[in-house]
Write a protein that binds this ligand. Structure first.
Ligand code: KIV
Length: 266
């Protein structure tokens, strides 16, 4: 597969072909995801939960994110690497620039930041300085203590209107991608239509421009035994991790995943 760039993702959106993304934290899985045709590897701060065993993503540091980004880069040949700025790494504009530089120098092609409209200024500054940004909206796990839990966002009309408006403003500020987590499927579809940049969903229905899942979740691995509604175990019916990864790619591309049962209503 030729190297995936922002231009590739943009043209997949224009063609109506779904974009495949999975979280990835090391070199071996980066290679396995390449073999399966996963287009974007997300070095997510979910590593704080699935690798480090914390009960939230808050303890993860930028140094840890840079370490895992470098591991993924070494195993990757052609996917686009997206790395998370962890909790409070973008608390000030200066921190945002310095921490994004660390992730890009470790091998990321794009950084992801969680939040809403307040992200606009940092997105503009990063984009001007050559750093593509994905804005993670809806359920933003770094704000779990403000949100009062891992809850679906945008269910009432005011919240939905605000999210639509923020998405457009962040695109105008220079965001290259949006990620919507746990938002009603209808709202996610509207936002995906309203912006030109690719919109990736997790728990956001099938009408976004692409899908992402946490690698461990889709391989049926869990410490707590609690499986979110939007997760599908792709190991079921497969005899290897490699074939489960391929099944994920095929189902996202074929729009058979996510099903209606994996989404949320308003
Ligand atoms: O950190 C992460 O893995 C994420 C996904 C849940 C989208 O942000």
């Amino acid at each position: 597969m030729p190297a995936i760039t922002l231009t590739t993702l943009q043209s997949l959106k224009q063609k109506g072909e779904k974009i495949t993304m999975l979280t990835c934290y090391d070199a071996t899985f980066a290679h396995a995801c390449n073999e399966a045709g996963v287009e974007v590897l997300l070095v997510g701060d979910s590593l704080g939960m699935v690798l480090q065993g914390h009960d939230s993503t808050l303890p993860v540091t930028t140094a840890e994110m840079a370490y895992h980004t470098a591991c993924v880069k070494r195993g990757n040949s052609d996917a686009l690497i997206l790395a998370d700025l962890p909790f409070m790494a973008n608390a000030t504009l200066e921190q945002t620039m310095n921490n994004s530089a660390m992730l890009m120098q470790a091998g990321a092609h794009m950084v992801k930041v969680e939040g809403q409209l307040w992200l606009a200024e940092s997105i503009r500054l990063l984009a001007e300085r050559g750093v593509p940004v994905c804005a993670h909206m809806g359920l933003t796990p770094q704000a779990v203590n403000i949100l009062g839990g891992y809850k679906v966002q945008g269910r009432n009309e005011n919240q939905a209107r605000q999210m639509r408006a923020d998405a457009i403003s962040l695109e105008q500020a220079g965001a290259s991608m949006l990620l919507l987590e746990c938002v009603p499927s209808e709202l996610a579809a509207e936002i995906s239509q309203a912006v030109k940049i690719p919109v990736i969903g997790i728990g956001a229905g099938s009408d976004t421009d692409g899908q992402v899942l946490v690698l461990h979740d889709m391989l049926g691995l869990s410490i707590t035994g609690r499986v979110p509604k939007f997760v599908k175990n792709f190991m079921q019916g497969q005899d290897s991790i490699q074939s489960a990864l391929k099944a994920y790619v095929n189902e996202v591309k074929g729009v058979t995943f996510p099903g209606i049962e994996h989404g949320f209503s308003a």
